[in-house]
Write a protein that binds this ligand. Structure first.
Ligand SMILES: [Zn+2]
Length: 85
């Protein structure tokens, strides 16, 4: 579990499970491979993701963290800010 302070000042924390901060991202190919299993545990599912994304509940910025060598990097590789629509 970690804390991340968004650029808007919101303090985000993923220590509560489930939470609305953290998203797991899979490619279509990975998801297809995962769905071949009859059942899969949450732990097994979490280690198959390539990216971990945090969404700020205040400003909706997305912080993208990459998984390398089985470990989620602590520094975001991309940060996306919502555009006006
Ligand atoms: Zn924010």
């Amino acid at each position: 579990m970690s804390h991340l302070v968004c650029r808007c000042g919101e303090d985000m924390w993923n220590g509560q499970t489930p939470n609305d901060i953290e998203y797991w991202v899979y490619s279509d190919r990975q998801l297809d491979s995962i769905l071949e299993n009859d059942s899969i545990s949450t732990l097994e599912l979490s280690v198959k993701m390539n990216y971990n994304v945090w969404k700020c509940p205040k400003c909706s910025r997305l912080y993208v963290f990459e998984r390398k060598n089985g470990v989620i990097e602590s520094k975001a590789v991309k940060i996306y800010r919502l555009e006006e629509i």
